[in-house]
Write a protein that binds this ligand. Structure first.
Ligand code: PHE
Length: 380
């Protein structure tokens, strides 16, 4: 009888130990535990049979069954430790981290400053260093400031020359226009200076947006100009030429740069000259500096006395020069962007390539165009 019971216990042990060995995860092991040691488990059932046994049998089988229960509990605990360790190792293997990978990019290196904005900052830095203020005027301008005050009378062909965008006329007045050049800022700023008794002398630049009804590879309906004006008692054309040469050399970061004046006509200057800059061709590209080609970069001249009078300035006492240049053209030449239209297409890939890092603020002290982005691109 008791031999049978022992055999039974032995078989049960073999069976459960084999089941424990066969488990490969915690869930399966828990099922084996419940099936053996749980309330309705096989080992628990065996222990319950002790109640129906005689005192002798119980004395014999009790330790045997208890030993079986302890053995199974131990085997389950050991297997659990083993499975836990295996699971941890598997997770560690799966969640490895490559410490040699670069860190996620820093947000300050994500955004870009548009080349036109960057060049405007460069222009302001250079002219500020030469003692120029920075003036501004409205994009939506009256015909008076855009034309009449600049000595372009009504019905003058120059009004047609500019391909002006006219806005709808107000009931009590002339139609406003989108300014066709930055020259209206000349008169506005001089008038304001007169009112505030802060000039003459005047020495300022006015960078900003300008508009003409024109569009092809080298013209966009909106573009940017920089106006320059100096008015005092003795400023002459030599000062104009020197100012432009100094500015261009600083802007293109060259030792010196040759320019030439070509006679031209603007109603608001007399005499008037087109400004050409010396350059040469390198394949498709125009390179600024030396060479046997000349590139037009803007207009200039001595301020017409009529313009001074419109600003309330004594034209017998004061004289000066003015110039206007295309900022987009300057940006294209300096930074090698081939197509003007791409400047205004808001293509982020283009901006990533041609744009500047916000931390690269142009200044003359550290070299005009900081090269952080170029250095980053070189390093990666
Ligand atoms: N306003 C002129 C233009 O847009 C340029 C210019 C400015 C010419 C100042 C002379 C003096 O073409």
């Amino acid at each position: 009888m008791s031999g049978d019971t022992q055999k039974q216990a032995g078989q049960l042990e073999t069976k459960i130990v084999a089941a424990i060995d066969a488990t490969t995860d915690a869930t399966a092991l828990e099922a084996v535990r419940v099936g053996s040691l749980g309330k309705k488990g096989s080992v628990s059932a065996l222990l319950k049979t002790l109640g129906g046994m005689s005192a002798e049998e119980r004395q014999l089988n009790g330790p045997l069954f208890n030993a079986l229960r302890d053995k199974i509990a131990e085997a389950i605990a050991a297997k659990k430790t083993e499975l836990d360790a295996a699971a941890l190792n598997a997770r560690l293997a799966e969640e490895t981290m490559d410490m040699t990978l670069p860190v996620d990019s820093d947000p300050q290196f994500e955004g870009r400053i548009h080349p036109v904005s960057q060049v405007m900052e460069e222009l302001s830095a250079i002219f500020a260093d030469m003692g120029f203020d920075v003036a501004e005027g409205p994009d939506i301008e009256s015909q008076f400031y855009n034309f009449s005050a600049l000595n372009i009378p009504e019905a003058h062909p120059a009004r047609q020359m500019h391909d002006t965008f006219y806005l709808k006329a107000e009931e009590d007045g002339d139609a406003l226009v989108l300014r066709t050049h930055t020259s209206p800022v000349q008169v506005r700023t001089m008038q304001q200076g007169q009112a505030e008794k802060s000039g003459p002398p005047f020495r300022f630049i006015a960078p900003g947006r300008t508009y003409r009804c024109d569009s092809d590879q080298t013209h966009t309906p909106m573009f940017h100009q920089i106006e320059g004006l100096v008015v005092d008692e003795s400023t002459h054309m030599g000062h104009l030429k020197h100012t432009l040469e100094t500015f261009l050399a600083a802007f293109f970061e060259l030792d010196d740069i040759a320019i030439r004046f070509r006679p031209s006509y603007f109603p608001f200057t007399e005499p008037s000259m087109e400004i050409d800059m010396q350059c040469h061709r390198d394949g498709e590209r125009l390179v600024v500096g030396s060479g046997d080609e000349w590139m037009e970069i803007g207009g200039s001249g001595m301020v017409n006395p009529h313009v001074l009078r419109h600003a309330g300035i004594d034209a017998d006492k004061y004289q000066g020069f003015a110039f206007g240049m295309g900022i987009d053209r300057l940006a294209m030449l300096k930074y090698g962007a081939p197509d003007l239209r791409a400047f205004f297409e808001a293509d982020l890939r283009w901006l990533k390539h041609y744009g500047f890092l916000p931390i690269d603020v142009p200044g003359l002290a550290a070299g005009l165009s900081n090269k952080t982005l170029a250095n980053i691109n070189k390093a990666t």
